[in-house]
Design a protein around this ligand. Structure first.
Ligand code: FAD
Ligand code: NAD
Length: 467
């Protein structure tokens, strides 16, 4: 087998596989190294894909239980087949990992399974149970991703005090869950299990859910999740989480400063993720990680060794699959000599609850903090014909635009199919479209995206309604 390459990519997540494919398209001889048996990294195996599969299944279950009747559909007694619920998720993951094997073969990328560790700046050793292989390469792209973070006092035993990885593969439906962290993972996985009827409590340190997004989104989401019977404890600091034989015990300080204790079948730790570089032997090439574990890189994602690049969750920026993918193709093109730059402020953020949350650009809080004046346009889905037809009227679109030129500064949506609708806002920002222009173009009727048109019209002073 070939052991000498132009580019070796370490890690096969969305960053790694995209970097490998783009490099191969540009004519390089490429290898990709993955320490697990399947390709696809966190996103495909234990992240985006399985969580979205369970989110979809649980939403169907919830609708069948609570909404079908209103549509005139009588289905008789409904019950959950938890084994099938998990089996379908595994099948969705398997389809995606198989797709990646096909893509590697199709693009003539050599795949090595094993842990990659540097010997020097042009040599990587790949160690697996079967064999050790030494690879030579001109360039390396580190795409080793991230692992769940934890906090002092929390003992993750993966049996009772668990992470998202274990929660996505439980053997049976839990009766009671406590989730530490009301960020993206916390609210998505709380939704999955609450829809199935599990009693879920989220303990969040900040005074809002999804605290890094526009505050109005966190508030609206909290109201929605409360209706789903999720208990949300904000401003609460977890001090300890301890596994016991058949349960987990969580101690926390509540908003009033009182110490409280909760017991549940499982405690899920969802307090962020940290960059993963274990086993890479970065010291062999003189690379040091930052305090938060991330690999320092310049604007071209180049490390202090000029032929070694790093992308995705292992470097600064949002820990998102599409960010990792964008960086993957960017780096291949940079190595190829192309002059480019990445627009980090135009990376959308999506939370796959129902309704969905989606955002791009500045939040209102950020604009106020920077003293930037803006126009606000807002449209509620309760006034949308499409949303009424679907009985999905919860939420709103909020656009923030520049008063002088009408440029789109930020778009924040809480509503049905927000994850897909936000794409338009990214295009609007990328091509510097104006609120007036966006209010003038044609949107199919009736659609969810029409709410964007109404919000833009309102921001530019031509709104049909004021709220
Ligand atoms: P990863 O996907 O983490 O891949 C890194 C790979 O490198 C791994 O396969 C690892 O085994 C391998 N590796 C590490 N070290 C070595 C080594 N030394 N040798 C060989 N291989 C090695 N993001 C979204 O945008 N949308 C979502 O809906 C979404 N949902 C998520 C849900 C959950 C539950 C989680 C946990 C994450 C989710 N994310 C989502 C985040 C997303 O998964 C990550 O941002 C993304 O996977 C990062 O890609 P990456 O290529 O940087 O790294
Ligand atoms: P996160 O940063 O989104 O949320 C962590 C939350 O934990 C924060 O709200 C934080 O305030 C809270 N927290 C921290 N310490 C706490 C304490 N002691 N007690 C209570 N709460 C505490 O991280 P996450 O939800 O673990 O997700 C990890 C990464 O995965 C994120 O960066 C996210 O981008 C990515 N992800 C993305 C998606 C998506 O795009 N839909 C889905 C899942 C995960």
């Amino acid at each position: 087998m070939e052991t000498s390459f132009d580019i070796v990519v370490i890690g096969s997540g969305p960053g790694g596989y995209t970097a490998a494919i783009r490099s191969a398209q540009l004519g390089y001889r490429v290898a990709i190294i993955e320490k697990y048996a399947t390709l696809g990294g966190t996103c495909t195996n234990v992240g985006c894909i399985p969580s979205k599969a369970l989110l979809d299944s649980s939403e169907h279950f919830y609708q069948a239980m609570h909404q079908f009747q209103a549509h005139g559909i009588d289905v008789g007694p409904i019950s959950l087949n938890f084994d099938q619920f998990m089996k379908r998720k595994r099948e969705v993951v398997a389809q995606n990992t198989a797709g990646l094997v096909y893509l590697m073969r199709k693009n003539k990328i050599t795949v090595f399974h094993g842990t990659g560790s540097f010997v020097d700046t042009t040599t990587l050793q790949v160690v697996s149970n079967e064999q050790n292989t030494v690879l030579k390469s001109r360039y390396f792209i580190i795409a080793t991703g991230s692992k769940p973070s934890t906090l002092p006092g929390i003992l993750i035993d993966k049996k009772r005090v668990i992470t998202s990885t274990e929660l996505l593969s439980l053997g049976q439906q839990p009766r009671k869950l406590v989730i530490i962290g009301g960020g993206v993972i916390g609210v998505e996985l709380a939704s999955v299990y609450a829809r199935l009827g599990t009693e879920v409590t989220i303990i969040e340190y900040a005074n809002s859910l999804i605290p890094l997004m526009d505050r109005e989104l966190g508030k609206a989401l909290a109201r929605s999740l409360t209706r789903l019977k999720i208990t949300i404890l904000l401003g609460s600091r977890v001090m300890a989480a301890t596994p016991r034989a058949d349960k987990a015990v969580v101690t926390f300080q509540d908003q009033a400063g009182q110490q409280q204790e909760l017991q549940a079948d499982y405690c899920v730790v969802a307090v962020g993720r940290k960059a993963y570089t274990e086993g890479l032997k970065l010291e062999a090439i003189g690379l040091r990680v930052e305090k938060n574990g991330k690999i320092p890189v310049n604007a071209f994602l180049q490390t202090s060794v000029s032929t070694i690049y790093a992308i995705g969750d292992v470097v600064a920026g949002p820990m998102l699959a599409h960010k990792a993918e964008d960086e993957g193709s960017f780096v291949a093109e940079v190595i190829n000599g192309q002059k480019l730059h990445l627009q980090y402020e135009r990376i959308p953020n999506v939370v796959y609850t129902w309704p969905e949350v989606a955002s791009v650009g500045y939040t209102e809080e950020q604009l106020n903090e920077k003293g930037i004046v803006y126009h606000l346009g807002k449209f509620p889905y309760s006034a949308s014909a499409r949303a009424r037809a679907a009985m999905d009227t919860e939420g709103f679109v909020k656009v923030l635009t520049d008063p002088k030129y009408g440029e789109v500064l930020g778009v924040h949506i809480f509503g049905p199919r927000a994850a897909d609708v936000i794409g338009q806002a990214v295009i609007a920002q990328e091509f510097e479209l104006t609120d007036q222009g966006l209010g003038r173009i044609s949107y199919a009727h009736p659609t969810y995206s029409e709410a964007m048109k109404d919000a833009y019209l309102q921001a530019s002073g031509q709104g049909a309604i004021n709220i």
